[in-house]
Write a protein that binds this ligand. Sequence first.
Ligand SMILES: Nc1ncnc2c1ncn2[C@@H]1O[C@H](COP(=O)(O)OP(=O)(O)OP(=O)(O)O)[C@@H](O)[C@H]1O
Length: 238
Amino acid sequence: MSELPLFHAQGLTKRFGGFVALDSVDFEVGAGERVGLIGPNGSGKSTLVGCASGSLRNDGGAVWFKDRRIDRLLPHQRVRAGLVRSFQLPRPFRGLTVAENLRVPLVFAGRQGRAQDAIDDALEFVGLAARREAMPQDLTQVDLRKLDLARATVAKPQLLFVDEAMAGLSHSEVDEIIALMMRMNERGVAIVMIEHIMRAVTAFSQRLVVLVAGRKIADGDPEQVLANVEVQRAYLGE
Ligand SMILES: Nc1ncnc2c1ncn2[C@@H]1O[C@H](COP(=O)(O)OP(=O)(O)OP(=O)(O)O)[C@@H](O)[C@H]1O
């Protein structure tokens, strides 16, 4: 990538006690790009997302968003810069309606102005407009995932890390979420999809990055990456 990447981690290292969860990982995302981040369980994918979004503090290396070093910023400061994550397990605010759930990330992102319009747009966009007054506990699994994606996008990020948005969904529900993420990307949002459902990853990604035991072992064209012997060995060995 010749121009400045949207997101850039260099030598990213994270230890939990003596355990090295990320070992000097370089990871870039271009503006508007769709990247699949894959690897066996425990390979460091969520740790990378945590270090990028600020829920974890890296022990080594650096993280840039555009021309700004962000790895000592707080999570909400990173959201305000344009970097947002979603979580592996949807965690809506149980006491708030679907629409009210979107108000919280707007405050977090410092975008309370015209909040109602932003909420209406986001609910319409993900297909939850009819459920706006519902309580989260009355939503189906797939609608909870859509609410989570609405919460992630209402702040208008330029980069979104989506950590396993499809676990436990049916085949057609997975297709729905892929289509929704594609439409988000068409609006200009760069997306990193962390996912174990390979069908979804290959349908979505323009580039694949593979982590194994905290190290990046492949990064490039999806077909070539999946044909890589080291990648195949990592998956067969799982
Ligand atoms: N807070 C923590 N304290 C100690 N060890 C941790 C902590 N968080 C993660 N780890 C360890 O770091 C390693 C990487 O975990 P991580 O969650 O990043 O993997 P992952 O690739 O996202 O896995 P999965 O696909 O199962 O979600 C694992 O061995 C995990 O047990």
